[in-house]
Structures are given as structure tokens and as C-alpha cells.
Design a protein around this ligand. Structure first.
Ligand SMILES: [Zn+2]
Length: 112
């Protein structure tokens, strides 16, 4: 379930950790805890395959401190993903874009 999304999140955390913490190998302790947490959230996501990307999800199932951290990761790693893993990144951001448009439409609709 959510294998594509998991792959993207994992890659982003790796990029973030390498840029910030310079681990000797793999991920530093904090980032591997964050990765495990994110993977667990994705596995338990009630939306399953049809989930929006976490950035635009309505549930926001991350605990606030983890959410803060994952936001940081996305901010730093998002643009870099475009260069290193363009296909994954484009798929991810396109999904987000579609989802946001959908929100904009429903928000306008409910305001009237
Ligand atoms: Zn790290």
C-alpha cells in the first residue's frame, strides 16, 4: 500500500539527512526514527491507494513535532528531488497539484 508515496518520502528524508547531518552511512538516528514514523503513518493511512499526498491530506495524522520535521524535509528535499528523481517528484507534485485544485474548487463552492 502506498508504495510510490513511501519511496518518495524515503528518498526525501535521505536527501535531507545527507545535506544536514552528514551521516556516516544511511540515516542518522533522528532521521531514521522520522522515516520509520512516516512509513508507519503511510501504512495505516485510511485512504490507502487513493490517498492524497500528505502535504494536502485533510487528516494530518502526523504528531505536531513530526509534522514540523517532515515539513522541513519536504521544503529542503522537494526541489532537489526534481533533479535527482524527476519522475517520482513530478508524479508526487502533480498529485498534490490536482488535489489542491480540487480543494480550491470545493472551497469556492461551499462559500457561495
Ligand atoms: Zn539526519
Amino acid at each position: 500500500m502506498n508504495e510510490g508515496e513511501k519511496k518518495v518520502v524515503k528518498k526525501m528524508i535521505i536527501i535531507y539527512c545527507r545535506a544536514n547531518h552528514k551521516p556516516i552511512s544511511g540515516l542518522c538516528q533522528k532521521c531514521s526514527a522520522l522515516k520509520n514514523y512516516a512509513m508507519k503513518r503511510l501504512e495505516n493511512c485510511p485512504f490507502g491507494e487513493n490517498k492524497p499526498t500528505c502535504g494536502s491530506c485533510s487528516i494530518h495524522c502526523y504528531k505536531s513535532d513530526m509534522r514540523q520535521k517532515i515539513k522541513e524535509v519536504m521544503r529542503l528535499a522537494g526541489p532537489r528531488m526534481l533533479f535527482r528523481h524527476p519522475i517520482d517528484a513530478i508524479r508526487h507534485f502533480y498529485k498534490e497539484y490536482q488535489r489542491n485544485r480540487l480543494y480550491a474548487v470545493t472551497e469556492n463552492f461551499s462559500r457561495k
